[in-house]
Design a protein around this ligand. Structure first.
Ligand code: NI
Length: 396
């Protein structure tokens, strides 16, 4: 089966590169993936999949029935949205939509999703289970997964696979992370409310700037003293504003920040913990506060059995030279984690670094990939999907 998959994917390579370049040159922002979705739906229909459009607003679902009669599905998830960045690559297939760019590789994800559907649809006769392809919108604003789930895409799904390109891993190398892959990301907005007064008479006022500085300092110190250091938390206040004049005590300070964490228990307790510190400091000095804490997406926790499956598939397909075990998670966020609140899943990384060209980070206006990695990814996903069902049946 592996050789059949490799042959099909290799034959499809020129077509896949054409698809990727088409999507790359027509990027669309989160929640506005209309043309991309229509294009995806066309390709899926042409391989005989059952296609549903406008799922999760601008998402697409393609279903491939295997040779069985059960109702369970394996989901393969990719994302389709681009970023509000002006592309500076000079590629002849660079973005034609000014100010919008596929700088996070979601053009590649969409392509490998389509490629996997093309390959597996050719092998339908020997496919031992059902595959549901999810092409979600709005990953960059961490909304698309929730929209898709609300529209029922996880119904009868028993596991989900996903992939993200990575520009620090060599092109065509598969990166496997056991356990946690990405961080939970929360936002906070905090207003400290004091009382204005003369800068020379602080005892008659409540100095919101000084209290804000106490809050920031205490939060940073308390993280190191009250949290398990093996369960990291990063709190960054990235924006702060307050005050009117050098000799006037400020009556209000507003600040905005991001809070990243890796452990699910820590993620749950963070809002209460932060509010407690803010409330105590404010009440000590007579200030009031308004805290708006928004819990964002949770961390991606890879399922052990599925991680082992993808790792063994990648090793069988590419050998140990082209499989990298990742020793560290990332403190970036990924809304694939929202699916994992409902079903076990696994996201791997696809190396896309060029050997002989400069490589730029994700979200950079010059981000570009080694396109040979596309076939590697299609083979890995297609073979993992096949093996998933093959193993399920042989263990019954
Ligand atoms: Ni991304």
């Amino acid at each position: 089966m592996l050789n059949k998959i490799k042959d099909l994917a290799t034959t499809l390579a020129p077509r896949l590169i054409e698809i990727r370049r088409h999507i790359h040159s027509h990027p669309e922002l989160s929640g506005q993936e209309y043309q991309t979705a229509a294009y995806v739906a066309d390709v899926l229909s042409s391989c005989g999949l059952h296609v549903r459009e406008a799922i999760g607003q601008t998402g697409v679902v393609g279903e491939l029935k295997g040779m069985n009669n059960h109702h369970q599905w394996l989901a393969i998830r990719t994302d389709m949205d681009a970023l509000p960045i002006t592309e500076c690559t000079n590629l002849d297939f660079a973005s034609r939509n000014t100010g919008i760019m596929h700088a996070c590789g979601h053009d590649v994800h969409t392509t490998v999703g389509l490629g996997t559907a093309m390959v597996l649809s050719e092998l339908r006769e020997s496919l031992p289970g059902n595959i549901r392809f999810l092409f979600q919108p709005a990953e960059e604003i961490a909304q698309g997964a929730s929209w898709m789930i609300r529209d029922g895409v996880l119904q009868d799904v028993q596991a989900i696979l996903g992939v993200h390109v990575y520009p620090t891993i060599p092109g065509g190398v598969i990166g496997i992370r056991h356990g946690v892959l990405t961080a939970a990301a929360d936002d906070l907005e905090l207003v400290i409310i004091g009382e204005s007064g003369h800068g020379a008479r602080p005892h008659e006022a409540i100095d919101a700037i000084w209290i804000a500085s106490q809050v920031i300092t205490n939060l940073q110190q308390a993280i190191s003293r009250t949290h398990n250091p093996l369960r990291p938390v990063v709190l960054t206040i990235g924006k702060i504003s307050g005050g009117q004049a050098p000799n006037v005590i400020a009556n209000q300070v507003k600040m905005w920040g991001t809070v990243r964490s890796l452990h699910p228990d820590t993620h749950k307790t963070l809002p209460g913990w932060i509010e407690n510190i803010v409330a105590n400091i404010c009440s000590t000095y007579g200030a009031k506060y308004e805290l708006n804490y928004r819990q964002g997406v949770p961390s991606v926790q890879n399922d052990p059995a599925l991680t082992q499956l993808v790792e063994s598939v990648a090793l069988a397909a590419w050998g140990s030279d082209r499989v990298q075990t990742l020793s560290e998670p990332s403190l970036g966020a990924e809304d694939f984690s929202v699916y994992l609140q409902h079903v076990p899943g696994m996201m791997f990384r696809l190396g896309v670094a060029h050997k002989d060209q400069p490589n730029y980070p994700l979200h950079h206006p010059q981000f570009e990939i080694d396109e040979s990695a596309i076939v590697t990814c299609v083979v890995t996903l297609a073979y993992a999907a096949y093996k998933y069902w093959h193993n399920c049946h042989s263990s019954h």
